[in-house]
Write a protein that binds this ligand. Sequence first.
Ligand code: 7PJ
Length: 279
Amino acid sequence: MLLRARQFEFMFPRPALVMGIVNVTPDSFSDGGQFFDSAKAVARALELVEHGADILDIGGESTRPGAAPVSEAEELRRVIPVIEKLAGLVKVPLSVDTMKPAVARAALAAGASIVNDIAANRADDAMWRVVSGFRAGYVVMHMQGTPQTMQANPTYADVVREVGDFFRERLRRLTACGVAADQVALDVGIGFGKTLGHNLQLLGGLRSFTKLQRPLLLGVSRKSFIGKLLGAGVAARLPASLACACLAVEAGAQIVRTHDVAETVQAIRMTEAVLAQKK
Ligand code: 7PJ
């Protein structure tokens, strides 16, 4: 199985890829303005590469439940300088975490290689034409609703089956828009329009999505379902995040998105070393 993202090619099976999260959101405690926020994001990104990140995921809009949307102009102002700078400094692929086709296009023009689209449930195919034009990698993430509404009353008859149906339908529509299957990775979207029970069912059912023959990406890092299950505050969720990452790798996931790159790399390499000895 191959994943193509512009000049990058990843051939699987291979050790799982760790995607490091770089948030470019204003620091309410700083008064240094945009340059300060960009410089901090770049410094953080370089640190994540040192820690072993295989991909950097750069985002300028918070998509936590209920977070206010950010304008296109503001999102461009946040992420493009960071991507331009990193494109000249690091060898790993840069992913842009955005729902906006114009931001994706500008990010790809500035040197990004992957579009991480949490709104892959979109109706309009403008985003897919951008991805097709650049031959970029594309993350199809499942979300029920929008970040503003998704946690109001998530409802599924069978969440694992419905997410699988969504992936199959998106792969068909993407192909029709000129995005080849080998540009696509799939993500169940933990926490995006899901209850704690739905999240646990998706984690437990992860192996079923390997049938689709596309790399599976998983984002569980510090998420609130961990707090709901275990009562842990956001700063105390690393152990459970690592447990989910290891289980996901055992179930066949190939890309893990995380804030804590060094710790996740260590946990995954140990998991893989043991899995390699399974008879
Ligand atoms: C995810 C994401 C995820 C993908 C966020 C957070 C919320 N992109 N962007 N998958 N989560 N592909 O990190 O807590 O799970 S933002």
